[in-house]
Design a protein around this ligand. Sequence first.
Ligand SMILES: [Zn+2]
Length: 457
Amino acid sequence: MPSDGPAREAAHDELWRHETFPRAATALRLGVGVAIALVLANTFLVAGLVVPLRVSGASMAEGLLGPHYRLTCRHCNAPMRWSAESMPQSVTCANCGQRHSDLQRAAVHSGERMLVDRSTFAWRSPRRWEKVVLRCPIDATELCVKRVIGLPGEKIQIRDGDVYVNGKIAAKDFRTQIEMSVPVHDSRYSIGGNAMQESQKARRWRGQNAPSAWRASAAGFVYDVDVAARQKTQSSEIDWLAYHHAQSARGTPTAGAILDDVGYNQAESRMLSPTRDIMLRCRLRAEPRGKLAWHARTVADEFTAEIDLTSGAGKLQHNARPAAGFRADCCARGEWVLAELSLADERFVLLLNGLLVVESPFSRSGSGFRRAPQPSAAPLKIGANGTNVIIDWVEVRRDVYYISPVTGLNPTRWPTYQWLPGAYFVLGDNSAVSVDSRTWPAGAVPSELVVGKPLVW
Ligand SMILES: [Zn+2]
């Protein structure tokens, strides 16, 4: 590995072509904290191909955790974890919005253990979205873990939480989205394990129309055709179970858009942004008759996937226009099915039992790119008609939201970063606290500084 010196600094300066980022803010952010500093750095440099290390920072949370506190929410039983770098006065449960101030109950845990595989990048180059261990550009004796966002020679822009490469959105595949996503609400965590009580309290999931044949059950939700028949609702219309978000950033749940809040950053105070990229995962079973449907919406785009459970034929609509047809035979067999959908990175996808059944890209640049989401509109819905449905788990997640360094100063100016051959643009998943290519004076990371691939122990 080459050592740092004037020649290398000059090279770094050339790599840093980004013009709009203010230097004062750079200095401030450099002080916020280093990603994952590894105490064994010196040993590491002479060690073998696979090296055990321990995470010590917050920049890749909640995928990789440094020292942190853990506490179980007394209100909904959800686990809460937050960085041990500072102790806040109180913490707020990201799942239900309840504030907790009895933090003496919290248990402190050391950073997660991790292995570094030094052999992978001897054979091939790092890929986009891949996590890498690298020597920190501002202190080569420290190591940090980041995710590769920009490859050598690319122009990178962080816009509205997403990454654009050479002007086009960089879309993650669904598994990468889930790996990087932040949990928003999980039906497994509810008061005394009773989703009905929790639902009444937080009103996250509820029937869209009154009357609705959707009911909360002990484990999740059920749709009952007999109840629907008694209610004499219109027989051909989908009855929707709709998710309504409750913002918990201030400690009191209030209806509103899903924000880029991160439960791990309890001591962090900053402006939060509405996130439009969302995911839904649910486990359900429906009788092989009638219809089953999912609906997801962002600012100006909405998708409805509807399945005829008698035939297994599915159709996807985008803004009420036909977009695609698909097969969903597993749903038509009356089995338990894991359904996962995502409306993120300008793409809708639906997976059933882990297999992609339909996807539809769209461009949001024309239609309401800068418009705020309507808090009153449910971003996610599950629908049924003419069949009994049991849902025993449903989870809402949101995509990682990358913060652009200038957003707070002038949201209409999105900086563009361009890298010379041989340099990678890397970011931490926990964008609010990560120190990375956005803020390092040299910006991109030359490939010589990449030392391996992290493997969680
Ligand atoms: Zn809670």
